[in-house]
Design a protein around this ligand. Structure first.
Ligand SMILES: NC(=O)c1ccc[n+]([C@@H]2O[C@H](COP(=O)([O-])OP(=O)(O)OC[C@H]3O[C@@H](n4cnc5c(N)ncnc54)[C@H](OP(=O)(O)O)[C@@H]3O)[C@@H](O)[C@H]2O)c1
Length: 215
């Protein structure tokens, strides 16, 4: 069994890579940061894993750049960014960057993998949405919009992909203890209130992702 995991160089994606590898899957990891990607790759148990250094925005802009992954039994889309943008300082740059990575790229790449049948009939796809789509603090409007869009798209695509029994799930975790959250807390100390005490660990999110790929 083979799974493609984007955003596997850090956080939830890295934890998911470990979870699948422990269960005997071959894992294709992608990320931009080569040293961190290699470190995750080296840490995985089992054999047949590979790492691809790439920016998912390049794939979305030109799907011909999407590598040939061979047959995939599952895909986990964890690549994502979260930039705080106060409502009075919204600029197209942060909106475009966030939507390009968090929304356009998973839609275009998943569509390509479905169309090309790289995702086999009966494959499992899990996108990382966020609870922020429904309830988020100040500064999260752009991120919330990207994740809200992702969830909305997933509900429609799940129906279309069911024709080939490809199951698409968009999970929506609350705050997870990852480098993304560390960076946000560093930027905005107020996030600690009510969030830092209630964080889920990336391994438990990875377990949920793995279970969805078993159903
Ligand atoms: N942390 C949370 O509280 C939380 C809660 C709900 C949902 N989520 C979602 O879960 C996912 C993973 O988050 P995380 O907390 O694990 O974050 P993280 O530790 O910052 O990891 C993000 C991953 O996304 C990759 N990535 C970002 N932009 C990319 C791009 N343009 N091309 C390729 N890869 C890119 C990063 O790769 P490089 O570092 O190699 O560039 C990294 O591997 C995200 O979609 C996030 O929105 C997070």
């Amino acid at each position: 069994m083979k799974v493609l995991i984007t955003g596997a160089s850090s956080g939830i994606g890295a934890a998911a890579a470990a979870r699948f590898a422990r269960a005997g899957w071959r894992v294709v990891l992608t990320g931009r940061d080569e040293p961190r990607l290699s470190a995750v790759l080296q840490s995985l148990p089992g054999q047949g894993h590979s790492g691809i250094e790439a920016d998912v925005v390049d794939w979305a802009e030109d799907p011909k750049q999407i590598p040939d992954f061979g047959a995939l039994d599952a895909m986990v889309w964890s690549a994502g960014i979260c930039q705080l943008a106060p409502g009075m300082l919204l600029r197209r740059k942060v909106i475009r960057e966030t939507l390009a990575i968090n929304l356009e790229a998973p839609l275009v790449v998943t569509s390509h993998l479905y169309r090309s049948k790289a995702l086999v009939d009966g494959a499992r796809v899990v996108w990382l949405g966020s609870e922020s789509a429904h309830e988020a603090g100040e500064g999260f409007s752009v991120y919330a919009a990207s994740k809200g869009g992702l969830g909305a798209a997933a509900r429609v695509l799940a129906k279309e992909y069911a024709r080939r029994r490809v199951a698409l799930h968009c999970i929506e975790p609350g705050t997870v203890d990852t480098p993304m959250t560390d960076a946000l807390i560093e930027q905005f100390d107020g996030l600690k209130d009510g969030h830092a005490d209630n964080m889920e660990n990336p391994e438990s999110v990875a377990d949920r992702i793995y279970q969805l790929c078993q159903e």
